[in-house]
Design a protein around this ligand. Structure first.
Ligand SMILES: Nc1ncnc2c1ncn2[C@@H]1O[C@H](COP(=O)(O)OP(=O)(O)O)[C@@H](O)[C@H]1O
Ligand SMILES: CC(=O)N[C@@H](CCC(=O)OP(=O)(O)O)C(=O)O
Length: 254
């Protein structure tokens, strides 16, 4: 396999849509016949559900979850535990052989705290691709959650779009950020096929790109610049080959 790997980020809401998850993983299996694939996943909605059940208030600032260290056992249990294993189980049902991992495994990504106002939220940086390359060379499917660690061993919660960006940097991969929307929508809710930094800035200024999509377009711009190739924001309902053929989704230019 000489083509560059595809890094597919899926938002946590996918885990609540069995048909969409199985159909996406079936199309991942097709792509894996010719190119390595690495999945990075979120789990925001699962975290919300657990925190509400535990009566622990959880708030986001600029799309990032404020995470006191004492919340980390729940966040870690949800993202690296139930979300990761549910996605691996969907992959097994789809005939694939997943290996569930977190950012901190095999020294692949190093993380540092962002700012104490966010608590245990980290900024990830690409470190060592050896483990991922070894897995993909054996036709295994790495499924990576966005839990990281600082060098001093503090567990950190990383936004999954940022996690996927560093994994794409690590393996020089093509990045697809898949979510529950067709891509970036304009003020009239129409799909925008291509965007550059200037256009994104003006959509943010106009209040058209907000919340989680702002985090996503920031991650896409950073990734596109560092990879030197466009990053795609699209729906997980679309076939991967349709997305790779640029027939749907939004391409964010470097
Ligand atoms: N301009 C926009 N186009 C599309 N979605 C947008 C836009 N602005 C804000 N959003 C919101 O961003 C959401 C996607 O971000 P997020 O919920 O964080 O996704 P994920 O959990 O898959 O990473 C959409 O469901 C939508 O509610
Ligand atoms: C720091 C931070 O915001 N972490 C995210 C990690 C999960 C995530 O990003 O999940 P989605 O992709 O489903 O939104 C969180 O706690 O929700």
């Amino acid at each position: 396999m000489s083509l560059s790997p595809i890094v597919i980020k899926v938002g946590g809401a996918l885990l609540e849509d069995e048909q969409a998850a199985l159909s996406l993983l079936t199309s991942v299996g097709e792509v894996m016949k010719t190119r390595p694939v690495i999945i990075v996943h979120g789990g925001g909605p699962l975290v919300e559900t657990l925190m509400a059940a535990l009566n622990l208030p959880s708030q986001k600032i600029d799309g990032l979850r404020v995470t006191p260290d004492e919340h980390m056992p729940y966040i870690c249990g949800t993202l690296a535990g139930s979300a990761n294993k549910s996605l691996c189980a969907f992959a097994i049902r789809s005939g694939l052989t997943p290996v569930g991992l977190s950012l901190l495994d095999g020294g692949m990504v190093s993380c540092e705290p962002l700012d104490e106002k966010y608590g245990a939220v980290g900024v990830p940086a690409a470190n060592d691709p050896t483990l991922l390359k070894s897995l993909t060379s054996q036709s295994l499917l790495p499924v990576v959650s966005s839990i990281g660690s600082s060098d001093s061993g503090r567990l950190l919660n990383i936004n999954a779009d940022q996690a996927a960006t560093v994994i794409a940097q690590l393996v020089d991969g093509e990045l697809l950020l898949l979510s529950n929307v067709k891509g970036v929508l304009d003020g009239n809710k129409q799909l925008i096929a291509e965007l550059n930094q200037q256009q994104i800035d003006s959509l943010v200024d106009d209040g058209v790109i907000t919340d989680g999509m702002k985090v996503k377009t920031d991650a896409a711009l950073l990734a596109a610049a560092s990879l030197g190739r466009p990053v795609t924001i699209a729906s997980w309902d679309a076939n991967i080959n349709t997305i790779l053929n640029k027939d749907t989704g939004t391409r964010v230019a470097p």
